[in-house]
Design a protein around this ligand. Structure first.
Ligand SMILES: [Zn+2]
Length: 731
């Protein structure tokens, strides 16, 4: 699952409030797995919809067996339903069963005691009323109604009528009775009758479509490999279905019809991603097909329903938006990787959510490196560290948490961004081939099953032959990160360099870190591999000529904060010779803070031509125009970038900076740029013009050709949106 940042933060506010309201006793509840009395074997559903009431009429045939101990009873999760019949299937007959129902669970007395070798099937006839769901004082359930009718009466103009479902965490039991736990798995069949004008999507394969005389059609979907109930999905609406393929399997994109022409530009990397992930994991994409749908008013960012991912409709970017790059490529990568980590091998409990989300998060970096190079991976890593650090409560949380107030609170930047960085450190420590071999063993061992964090440790130990309890205790079952203060001493008499690394975090906990220290001397790099394990560790290196740079954490992998006491010369050297994204970023940031120094400005000039667009943008944004010499020296360079930079978002940033000069001489240039196909370029050009000319109404007089599309950009809201989405994309 990929949560929208904005939702995530508002969710944080709610959860903080809730945490304050809740008693300490609540926080002490151990969140392990639910006791397995019965296990699901198969779920068959037959559903139809009443759009006028936003109801689902359902019939469910649920096949189960006792987990181990014999039992004569069954409890199913079924939230806010009207129950019409609960019976046992006996051949072609149905035998009514005694049951009680409290609005959340059905407690059923079976006809006899069953043993675990015996399957039985219960039949339930029910109505789901997701909008009338009232569950004992729980506020959160309002956002967890499982089944969503979007514009069901067609009264909202410009909004399509859709139905979609959202199971994670335990909301699918709002639309079908089940054991709504992630460590249950079963096969599935869904038959849905819908208005014939709509497309349907569900898990697995579409096995039949039957049209009826009343303008409806019945679609049957079949999923013959077991998966967890929270991954069951239905999506229904007036979609264009754009088809692609991967090794003979259907790959399809369900978008609103006007986006059909750009669907491949939004989702088109999917087959290549499937090939890439299949190759590195050594396990072919495991399911029968892979579809992605966009949903209106979706309550999250995206959800990895098995074979049928649902994305926010924000993915539907038009051709002009796509000129600035697909802002959601990471969503496509993330949800696809979940098809292995989450759907095939599933975390056994929300406490162990890292086994789903940290992997999906890390997959974004793997894809970025494969497709766009080392800098893109470095940028992904850097921005994820920032996301983790953005919330001051994150460093106090363990990655695996058996005590939490609300299971939804597990979906935070600890499970995602920090967990992804932990996997990156693990990969660096054990090496790529051991890392991917361990992932292969994990998936092979736990496919169609569930696992906890210790199971992951065991496979890594099996592959590497190393004891890894220290790593798991520190990163999976512990909290925080090291904060380093790094100093350097050079003694030109004894020809020795001393590196002092002090851990200054105020948590009383000292981290054990394998660390690469690169010493650059006379144009040559020598790597020393050391361990940090004390509050202060010191390392001494002999030299002939004083080193130009000592780079602590040469691979840029350690999740940390740091004060790195290097000189301007060190940073300039680092920018030019160490070469990774973070090496260059740190140097730019240091020079940006020292714009009084000519050598710092020289480096910033160089950085304006950095090979990676994100760092060119950073450099432009870091220029201090309060300083007259900066303003003068950089003006022609900014004009050049505004005109020619290959990346539109960088052009836009330069136009914005150039606009702050408020010079008449650039007016024609800005007017030309308002016609650019990129919203960010056109939007910032308009912003720049407004600084010269004042109110936007004058632009038309100034000679800008305004077509219908550009009216959109002339709208000040769109202008701001373009500018802010540009900066959001780099976060
Ligand atoms: Zn996810």
């Amino acid at each position: 699952m990929k949560r929208l940042q904005i939702l995530f933060f508002s969710f944080l506010l709610i959860s903080t409030q809730k945490a304050q309201d809740s008693t300490n006793a609540e926080m002490k509840i151990y969140r392990g797995i639910a006791t397995h009395i019965n296990d699901l074997a198969h779920t068959r559903l037959d559903v139809s919809f009443d759009y006028s009431k936003s109801w689902l009429y359902g019939k469910a045939w649920i096949t189960l067996h006792p987990h181990f101990y014999p039992t004569d009873s069954l409890t199913l999760d079924a939230k806010g339903m009207d129950l019409k019949e609960v019976s046992l299937i006996r051949g072609s007959q149905r035998q009514p069963l005694k049951y009680s129902y409290n609005g959340l669970q059905i407690r059923i007395r079976l006809d006899k005691t069953y043993r675990y070798t015996e399957n039985y099937t219960v039949f339930i006839d029910y109505i789901s009323k997701p909008n009338e769901l009232k569950v004992q004082g729980s506020e959160a359930i309002k956002d967890a109604k499982g089944l969503y009718f979007i514009n069901p009466l067609g009264k909202e103009k410009d909004k399509p009528t859709q139905i979609w479902t959202q199971g994670e965490t335990e909301s699918n039991s709002c639309w079908f009775p089940t054991i709504d736990k992630m460590d249950q798995k079963c096969t599935e069949e869904i038959t849905m009758t819908v208005p014939a004008k709509y497309q349907t999507l569900s898990n697995g394969k579409l096995v039949s479509q039957v049209s009826h005389n009343d303008g409806t059609r019945t679609d049957s979907w079949k999923m013959d490999m077991p998966h967890s109930p929270y991954l069951f999905f239905m999506g229904i609406g007036d979609f264009a279905v754009v088809k692609d393929s991967y090794k003979g399997k259907e790959v399809s994109y369900y978008v609103e019809k006007e986006y059909a022409p750009v669907a491949r530009r939004i989702f088109g990397y999917t087959p290549e991603m499937m090939a890439f992930y299949s190759r590195i994991l050594g396990i072919e994409y495991p399911w029968v097909k892979y579809s992605q749908m966009t949903g209106r008013d979706y309550i999250s960012g995206a959800m990895e329903n098995t074979t049928a991912t649902l994305h926010t409709s924000a993915l539907q970017q038009d051709a002009r938006q796509l000129a600035d790059g697909n802002k959601y490529e990471d969503y496509v990568a993330h949800e696809l990787f979940h098809q292995w980590f989450g759907d095939l091998a599933t975390a056994e409990s929300w406490s162990n959510l890292t086994l789903n989300e940290s992997f999906a998060n890390f997959s974004e970096m793997l894809w970025a490196e494969y497709k766009h190079g080392k800098d893109a991976a470095g940028a992904t890593n850097y921005h994820d560290v920032e996301k983790y650090l953005a919330d001051p409560s994150n460093p106090s949380k363990d990655l695996v948490r058996f005590y939490y107030d609300d299971r939804e609170s597990m979906f935070d930047m600890v499970s995602y961004s920090k967990g992804g960085r932990i996997l990156n450190m693990l990969k660096n420590y054990v090496g790529d081939s051991a890392f991917f071999k361990a992932l292969n063993l994990y998936l092979t061992t736990y496919k169609f099953r569930n696992a906890e964090a210790q199971d992951l440790r065991r496979v890594f130990e099996e592959v590497t032959g190393k004891d890894l309890n220290w790593f798991w205790n520190q990163w999976y079952f512990g909290s925080g990160h090291p904060v380093f203060d790094i100093t350097y001493q050079y003694n030109d008499t004894t020809k020795k360099a001393l590196v002092l690394v002090r851990q200054t975090q105020q948590t009383g906990k000292i981290f054990r870190i394998p660390l690469a220290i690169d010493v650059y001397e006379g144009g040559k790099k020598t790597r020393r591999q050391v361990w940090l394990e004390n509050e202060t560790d010191s390392f001494s290196f002999p030299y002939t000529k004083r080193p130009d740079l000592i780079r602590v954490d040469g691979d840029n992998v350690v999740l940390c904060q740091k004060e790195d006491h290097k000189t301007l010369e060190n940073f300039v050297y680092q920018y030019k010779n160490a070469g990774l994204y973070l090496d260059r970023r740190e140097a730019i940031e240091y020079c940006a803070a020292h714009q009084d120094e000519a050598r710092a400005l020289d480096l910033m000039k160089t950085a304006l031509k950095d090979p990676y667009f994100d760092l060119r943008s950073l450099t432009i944004s870091s220029l201090n125009f309060e300083k007259p010499n900066v303003k003068t020296v950089f003006e022609p360079l900014l004009y050049d970038i505004a005109s020619h930079d290959p990346e539109r978002t960088v052009q836009a940033r330069a136009i914005e900076a150039l606009g702050s000069y408020k010079k008449e001489q650039y007016k024609d240039f800005f007017i030309t740029k308002t016609r650019d196909s990129s919203y960010s370029v056109a939007g910032n050009a308009l912003g720049a013009l407004s600084l010269i000319d004042g109110p936007i109404s004058q632009f038309k007089d100034a000679g800008a050709t305004v077509d219908v599309q550009q009216e959109k950009a002339l709208d000040i809201t769109a202008l701001h949106k373009a500018a802010s989405s540009d900066s959001a994309a780099s976060n």
